[in-house]
Design a protein around this ligand. Structure first.
Ligand code: KDG
Length: 312
């Protein structure tokens, strides 16, 4: 059984040095996308994952396709002849402040349509994972997200939804109703505090979790960054601290967190154990500059807390 996800994956270029891009001469080129960050982390933890998305018929599209295949993702990569692969640029403006610049308006990834999602992929999925980035990309991407979530629900396939609000793509007023609709159709919901507030209004973490739960899902997980997480799963409340690490770059940590939770859920682990893996994978993602390169394999999960600096 395979977990299914879809969305936009872009070429991602990031400054090697700290400072303004205007004074940067060396960039690293890779890829990034919330759903593929999730997919790669989940695959490294042992699950089978399929991803569907569009890239351009260009060299950056080749890069996306190669990386996903190298990571063992079953990738339905649709090559769009009429639009380029999107680009994301990460600027390490200071040692602790990263800025993200998007060059993705009209990109191939934003042109996702319902016919891109093969019926048999959806029908055979063990779980469908979507994020709030996809419905922000275009009308057709929004319709595709809603269609797939409704179809998965009708088929009895669990739906996981990570709000992943991106301010550069839409306003809170536009996102709020879409988030509420998707939350009500989902079984498992992940949100940061600010994202939850867009959907259900501001408040303390316990209020946010309770209000999200009142929209219907049985599993609500509030990601609290370096404060860990708070969750209600099947009526029980859980709270876990973060795993302390030296944060190099926190982009991608939320996707790793979600993958950790879902991997252990698929493996039949208890909610407490799922959350423990979630905070551990999230912490790993923070230890390197790439959005997904730091995601751990299962046998590496203990490395953050080991007392041994070198293992031979
Ligand atoms: O969660 C990390 C993602 O935000 C990043 O990898 C790229 O999908 C992306 C986006 O839209 O920002």
């Amino acid at each position: 059984m395979t977990v299914l996800t879809f969305g936009e994956t872009m070429a991602l270029t990031r400054a090697v040095d700290t400072g303004a891009l205007a004074h940067t001469s060396t960039l690293h080129l890779g890829i990034g996308g919330a759903e593929t960050n999730f997919a790669i982390a989940l695959r490294r933890l042992g699950a089978d994952v399929a991803w569907i998305g569009r890239v351009g018929r260009d060299s950056l599209g080749d890069l996306v396709e190669r990386e996903l295949r190298a990571e063992g993702i079953t990738a339905d990569v649709i090559r769009d002849p009429d639009a380029p692969t999107g680009l994301m640029v990460k600027e390490r403006r200071t040692a602790t402040a990263t800025r993200v610049w998007y060059y993705r308006t009209g990109s191939a990834g934003s042109r996702l349509t319902m016919s891109d999602i093969a019926d048999d992929r959806l029908e055979s999925a063990s779980l469908l994972h979507v994020t709030g980035i996809t419905p922000a990309l275009s009308d057709s991407a929004r319709k595709t997200t809603l269609y797939c979530v409704e179809r998965a629900r009708a088929l009895g396939i669990p739906v996981s939804f990570d709000l992943n609000y991106r301010r550069a793509l839409w306003s809170p007023e536009e996102a709020g109703p879409v988030f509420r609709e998707l939350i009500a159709l989902s079984d498992i919901v992940f949100a940061g505090e600010d994202e939850a507030a867009i959907a259900v209004g501001g408040g303390a973490p316990a209020e946010l979790v309770a209000r999200l739960r009142d929209l219907g899902p049985r599993e609500i997980i509030l990601k609290l960054g370096d404060q860990g997480c708070l969750a209600i799963v099947d009526g029980e409340t859980y709270s876990l601290p973060a795993v302390p690490v030296n944060v190099v770059d926190s982009v991608g940590a939320g996707d790793g967190f979600v993958a950790g939770y879902i991997a252990d859920r698929l493996a039949g682990e208890s909610p407490g154990d799922r959350l423990k893996t979630a905070v551990t994978v999230g912490a790993f993602a923070c230890t390197v500059s790439g959005d997904w390169e730091g995601m751990p394999r299962r046998d590496e999960l203990g490395l953050l807390t080991t007392a041994e600096p070198v293992t031979r």
